[in-house]
Design a protein around this ligand. Structure first.
Ligand SMILES: [Ca+2]
Length: 312
């Protein structure tokens, strides 16, 4: 028997084996079917000349990176893709004489192996849906440079810090952290880990604000750049400070729907203009009074948080 036919029978055997596996794996995972008249544009990492039906499926299974493939009907040609149509719906395009096939149950989830970094946690969420885990994935730290890092994703959110970021309420005790990934950010959130702050010795403590009545349950947690300029929320999104007669005359507090003194997560509003961040850049978390050096003498406490960003 010629080698060519050996390969043919090997392919048949593997396909039968795969069908068997799919059945044995149970009813939860739908079997992917080929989609005629469509293909995924711009994500091929290899073009394969095929000599028999099913060879493209075999080639895709041989490469751990392969997520899906496009077959060029009648041309003995196919493309192996680094993405699925779920990850990049905008690139799934009608085209006559082609068909698209997603890899079966043996597909590595996007970002789960170093050879297959994702653009963002959001792209992994789109690709894997509810099967995405709360864990570390491979993500490009800068898509143009092509470097990948391990980043903790919780759904579409990327955790930015490794150790918790801690800060106080006076004496310029801001909490610094470094940006691990270059890109555009839609918003951020802070997740409470430990501690709390007080804006005077009498009123109760708070994670995010000041419980003194004049603040009317507003929030005083501000993310700034290295120059101390407010990023989240922007100064425009803060409320006018108190009238004269009170020492804090500059803007340094705001309200967010659904977020109170002890809400576990402070999720900022989406920015109208996404924020451009660079890998290695330092950002700082401040308590508003400490940031503006006003009425901070009676403050105390330390709070530690995790910081997450929503990259576009
Ligand atoms: Ca200060």
């Amino acid at each position: 028997m010629k080698p060519k036919y050996d390969r043919f029978w090997l392919a048949v055997a593997l396909l039968v084996f795969r069908i068997g596996l799919t059945k044995a794996a149970g009813q939860c995972t739908p079997v992917s079917a080929s989609i005629y008249g469509m293909y995924l544009k711009g994500h091929a990492f290899k073009t394969v000349k095929t000599t028999f039906n099913g060879e493209c499926d075999l080639k895709c299974m041989e490469d751990p990176k392969c997520q899906s493939y496009n077959v060029f009907i009648g041309q003995n040609l196919c493309e192996l893709n680094l993405r699925t149509k779920e990850a990049r719906p905008e690139d799934f395009i009608p085209q006559l004489h082609r068909y698209y096939m997603k890899r079966g149950n043996d597909r590595a989830p996007l970002g789960s192996i170093p050879e297959l970094p994702a653009e963002s946690c959001g792209e992994i969420k789109a690709s894997e849906g509810d099967n995405m885990e709360n864990k570390e994935y491979w993500i490009y730290s800068d898509a143009n440079a092509g470097n990948a890092i391990l980043a903790h994703c919780k759904d579409a959110w990327q955790k930015l810090n490794t150790d918790p970021v801690c800060y106080g309420a006076r004496n310029d005790r801001f909490g610094p952290f470094r940006i691990p990934k270059t890109g555009l950010v839609r918003t951020m959130k802070l997740v409470h880990k430990s501690g709390s702050l007080r804006c005077n010795p009498i009123d109760p403590d708070s994670y995010w604000g000041c419980t003194f009545f004049r603040y009317n349950n507003s929030l005083l947690t501000i993310i700034t750049n290295e120059k101390g300029e407010a990023i989240l929320p922007s100064t425009a999104d803060m409320e006018e400070a108190f009238p004269t007669g009170y020492s804090c005359t500059e803007k340094h507090f705001y309200h967010l729907d659904g977020i109170d003194h002890k809400t576990p997560e402070l999720v900022f509003r989406n920015l109208s203009n996404p924020l451009s961040l660079s890998r290695g850049q330092e950002l700082r978390i401040w308590y508003g009074q400490d940031w503006k050096n006003c009425s901070e003498d009676g403050n105390n406490g330390t709070i530690c948080v995790d910081v997450f960003a929503l990259y576009i």
